[in-house]
Write a protein that binds this ligand. Sequence first.
Ligand code: N01
Length: 504
Amino acid sequence: SLPVTDTSARAASPRQVDTLIIGSGFAGLGAAIKLVQEGKHDFLVLERGNDVGGTWRDNTYPGAACDVPSHLYSYSFALNPEWTRSFSPQPEIQNYISSVSRKFNVLDKHIFGCEVQSAHWNDASAHWEVRTSKGDFVAKIVVAAVGALCEPSLPDIKGIEGFEGEIFHSAQWNHDADLNGKRIAVIGTGASAIQIVPQLAAKAAQLDVYQRTAPWILPRADREYTRAEHLAFKYIPGFQKLCRTGIYWMRETQVVGLAKAPIFMKPLQFAAERHLRRQIKDRELRRKVTPNFQIGCKRMLISNNYYPALAQPNVDVVTDGIAEVRKDSVVDRNGVERKVDAIVVATGFHVTDSPTFAGIFGKDGRSLAQTFDDGGQQGYKGSAIANFPNMFFLVGPNTGLGHSSMVFMIESQVNYVVDAIKAIERYDIATVEVRKDAQDAYNRELQAKISKSVWNNGGCASWYLDKHGNNTTLWPGFTFEFRNMTKQFDLGAYRSVTTGDLPA
Ligand code: N01
């Protein structure tokens, strides 16, 4: 008779790997590339989507584009002379990320369509046990690169689930929905909405923009690159790098105003006010969309076509709040009912309360969500969290920016985390966990600094702040300060169990 093979047992046994990276946006992909460059091949990338790109893969809404200049919004190790515009549209960024993943040969390390359901630290075996939609994994090290802008936040509005027309979030655009000639409501006026509104205004019979807080908007210095510039990017050595450096330093100067002395923001506020006066002539509409907080408190937006779209005869800005949604209409707080065929929900993301936090369980058995709930969303250098040994974070607490390129911050963190992984191997470290006292001291200093910033004092509520009113998302200094701080893994701030000799 034939030998019997127990396939069910084999299927049930978890796959072992040294390092698991969760997520393949700019951060996870960057980490995968850096690991390969450092000669580390025992890793896998688990990605719930079917492609790399993360938030840039998901946000395909019409008009989606970046508000950080293209030459800075790219990896330093993969400059791209092909950018067609000074600010790249989403398809170009997605193509770029995808081409980088192919060029650096890391796609065979990816498992796509693989949703991580939970991660538990097993103290006895000193390993992470990771459960996913594609089976179980056991890893010595986990790098969580799930991103901050990936879990759509839906508004809790009475009756919204009973709406019978098309309804979708900006990050989950339904490209099959035909919105031509339709009556459409857009809820929200953040970075996503102001890009969507001009596109919809051009095709809708009627567009109602539900604004809760008017944003500050600056002119968008966007243009196509000329042929001469393209040739220069391609053939003049160092030219692209020079442009990138110029953009970088121009952006860095904003930190002085945002984080240190808000008086420096005045010229920007004047520029935004002038932009509004120039683009909207109607006094009543101008009054409605004039912000009531200090510029910079929320993310500063840039657009040349948002205000003109609001001034179109088929567009209304509704500032009376939403009382309820009915099967074919939206009713404002004054009781005015507006019939609609479709609703676009551009209400942002779960940033400080991401559902992913609930599935990661640390050394004391408590989840990341519970840990953040009790002690606030705190980490060490945005890359490690006490009680979560052998786990590193990319785009972790206080690593976001209100002024410059996240890719720069991501590369700093990738460098730190990969240096940590190398140290773990070099010194034969079984577990490494950031010391709580080191984490606390780091956060005391950081919060003292950020408490003086416009984000905390500008008179607005934003996704930068958590439910306790603490700013746990942004980095309050210059990005080169963060880079210097993350140049080398500082084992001294960690508690470790090791079998090798540690450095003196
Ligand atoms: O989300 P948001 P987003 N009822 O949270 C409103 C990046 N990004 O997707 O201000 C009614 O900024 C909310 O009102 P309020 C960028 O970092 C970049 O637009 O809270 N309204 C706000 O107007 C950005 O910051 C780019 O009072 C409700 C809007 O919805 C981040 O992503 C493009 C509401 C949400 O704005 C998020 O941007 C796009 C409710 N219940 C995104 N709940 C570029 O690079 C929320 N709102 C260009």
